[in-house]
Design a protein around this ligand. Sequence first.
Ligand code: GTP
Ligand code: MG
Length: 450
Amino acid sequence: MEAEANSGSLEDSWAFIQSLGEGCRTVPLAGHVGFDSLPDQLVNKSVTQGFCFNILCVGETGLGKSTLMDTLFNTKFEGEPATHTQPGVQLRSNTYDLQESNVGLKLTIVSTVGFGDQINKEDSYKPIVEFIDAQFEAYLQEELKIRRVLHAYHDSRIHVCLYFIAPTGHSLKSLDLVTMKKLDSKVNIIPIIAKSDAISKSELTKFKIKITSELVSNGVQIYQFPTDDESVAEINGTMNAHLPFAVIGSTEELKIGNKMMKARQYPWGTVQACFHYPLPCHAVENEAHCDFVKLREMLIRVNMEDLREQTHSRHYELYRRCKLEEMGFKDTDPDSKPFSLQETYEAKRNEFLGELQKKEEEMRQMFVQRVKEKEAELKEAEKELHEKFDRLKKLHQDEKKKLEDKKKSLDDEVNAFKQRKTAAELLQSQGSQAGGSQTLKRDKEKKNFF
Ligand code: GTP
Ligand code: MG
């Protein structure tokens, strides 16, 4: 463009300068340059890197989750059937490396264990929500790292949630509605009617209508196959009308006619799940039995990339925004001016330090208050002890005085006795001198004396 501007007339130069302000001009090429290979370069790079896809199967125990996964990917994934005695809902995750032609796929299948088996099902959705959030959190932490290696990071975010509905033919269970409502802002939900061979054709049509109306009336957002891309708009539009898909799972392969088919054999006949690969998957006679082929087409062949894209741009973005806002990050300050990360960090740090200081001051005040209270308590105890000591001292003095008085009176008595004794002895000695005649008289006196 620069060369052209330099070599052209003054008018051309002026047009070039103007175009810099207005945008790009379209310039015809004289020959082949090669940037039309850019999409091929991207394809090659993606094929080399491989893809990853994570499926979450939510559904009651024994609804055919594992069988459907085996049927979908035409293989046998390991996995033990769950018992109905689980105390709570758990999630079991397994990752597999699959290869089809030269394309590698790291597939993670997460399945609920014990879902719907508890008497109180109030919190059954929680472990699922927590699991989905934990995968978002792990990705966010990787993104926020200083040295991040996102290209090599194993992205465990759930791209699609296949929600297995029991083929009751009635209506959705409260557990299904509550769980789907809690999940719809976090993951792309594709509802499917499991074991649909258990339900008749007319019942199935009514059941589908009932489920759809219940989802709408409860405001549950399920994944809609995108119709903005012309190449898939028609098929996706048609398939949206078929939701929820009614599926049958089977790992058994039966020879029907001269074709090998995934089917379930019953005493009364055979139900076909799908044709064996690589036979055409869109055979109508097969789809007359169930929507398995529709599910496989929509999930894997047509919309896998959209599911990955929606997970990143819609669900993860929402999680990231809420999380960063929770941490105090904002795009604009109160005056609608852009907020830099540095400023946000500083503001948050100052806020934190302020809070810390406030807490410290509160604790100091509390400590001083407690010390004062303790001091007052001790003073009160000391005063009580002093009073007690004074009381005891006074009691002791009174007792002492009483004893002294008693001692004095006893001493007086002893002295008086001694005096009388001396007087008696004196009398006795005088008597013995005076003669025996008076002995009788003395005896009498002595008697009187005592
Ligand atoms: P847990 O992992 O234990 O929760 O079970 P699950 O949901 O993985 O079910 P699983 O695939 O183990 O299937 C349970 C039983 O249902 C097995 O006997 C399957 O053969 C049977 N089953 C699976 N899919 C279907 C189906 O579409 N129709 C019928 N009639 N039976 C099916
Ligand atoms: Mg299973």
